[in-house]
Write a protein of this length. Sequence first.
Length: 89
Amino acid sequence: MPNLHKLFFFVFFGLFSVLTAQSTTSITNGNWTDSDTWDNGVPGLSKDAIINHVVTIQASEDVFVRDLTINGTLNASATFAKIGVKGDW
């Protein structure tokens, strides 16, 4: 029975940490779609994006996030498709 408690503990807290990871912050200069630019994967519609570096959106890329905070620089080509922000900009 003690092993069952340990299993529950690790599964519960493991899932909790994954489900609460709702923001993604830039950790280096780079392209928006490059996962190496971000600490928590490329941000999508269900996450907040926090830009602290120079992040570039390439031509014809669509970008959608929940909230967008720009503390660095967001470069976008004049021919990019869309930047969609569901919440705060």
